[in-house]
Design a protein around this ligand. Structure first.
Ligand SMILES: C[S@@+](CC[C@H](N)C(=O)[O-])C[C@H]1O[C@@H](n2cnc3c(N)ncnc32)[C@H](O)[C@@H]1O
Length: 259
């Protein structure tokens, strides 16, 4: 998910869906075919259930990028608080939270309360430890929901920031759009959805059959935001990551029309 796994990478075929240089057996799936495969969510669940509940596990073995990542996110959040009107610093939601790396290193420094949503029960168990001091869960932690984002509905009018990092490639386009719409209802008046994800450097998507995810292009992602009635209010490229990774952008969005 984090790294550019060249060996597991399928580029889409040409526009007709066929590449004449390949036999029919080796034509890679389109994103839609991949999304429709019966194992799409199950395979991701199975993949993450085998990953160690550590920072290294959360970052695909690249724990060395944790500090740079958090510094970049911190700068981005500070800029969001300078917007007019700024989001309130009351409640944030960490989506696809894993063991709570983003919550612990970033969100609890800026918000009075942070809820988490994570599909893997082992990570949820670990998050309870990781976010505790002397056996006491940090008082800023609200609820840790153990459910996939595709089945999760944030409580209405609750969150000042809904932070989604390195998880949205695990949702199909349709589920992502539906999730964004539910998140819109979960936002407070000046709230934002923040997306920090890998993007392909071309116009193509990229399928990772190992963790059952897709990496989208900015163009594809912007189309999904538009269909979800979201507009971009800030976008920033993460700098100083190690070579060979997908470009990472942080994007803040607000609803075009309040529902
Ligand atoms: C690359 S890790 C990132 C964890 C965390 N966001 C971070 O940056 O440290 C991806 C996380 O997304 C979770 N995940 C995968 N599919 C998910 C889904 N459908 N709903 C919620 N979480 C999911 C995984 O279990 C894992 O914890």
């Amino acid at each position: 998910m984090i790294e550019n796994l060249e060996n597991n990478r399928f580029e889409p075929a040409n526009e007709s869906g066929n590449d004449s240089s390949e036999s029919i057996d080796t034509v890679p799936p389109t994103a839609n075919e991949f999304f429709k495969s019966p194992g799409f969510y199950k395979n991701a669940q199975r993949y993450w259930s085998q990953i160690s509940p550590t920072i290294d596990g959360m970052l695909g073995g690249l724990s060395m990028i944790d500090t740079t990542d958090v510094q970049g996110s911190s700068r981005f959040l500070k800029d969001l608080f300078k917007m007019k009107p700024p989001p309130n610093p009351h409640r944030a939601l960490d989506c696809g939270a894993g063991i709570g790396r983003v919550t612990k290193n970033l969100l609890i420094n800026y918000f009075k309360c942070v809820d988490l949503v994570e599909q893997d029960e082992n990570f949820v168990r670990k998050a309870n430890d990781y976010l505790s001091v002397n056996g006491q869960l940090n008082e800023k932690i609200g609820t840790i929901y153990n459910v996939g984002l595709q089945d999760f509905t944030p409580t209405e009018n609750t969150y000042d920031i809904i932070w989604c990092q390195w998880v949205l490639g695990h949702l199909t386009d349709d589920d992502l759009c539906a999730y964004f719409k539910r998140c819109t209802s979960g936002l407070t008046k000046d709230g934002c959805i923040v997306i920090k994800e890998n993007f392909t450097s071309t116009d193509d998507f990229c399928i990772d059959a190992v963790d059952s995810s897709v990496t989208r292009s900015l163009r594809i992602f912007k189309r999904i935001l538009e269909s979800s009635n979201l507009r971009i209010v800030r976008i920033c490229k993460q700098e100083n990551f190690i070579q060979g990774l997908f470009p990472v952008y942080t994007i803040a969005c607000k609803p075009i029309q309040r529902c």
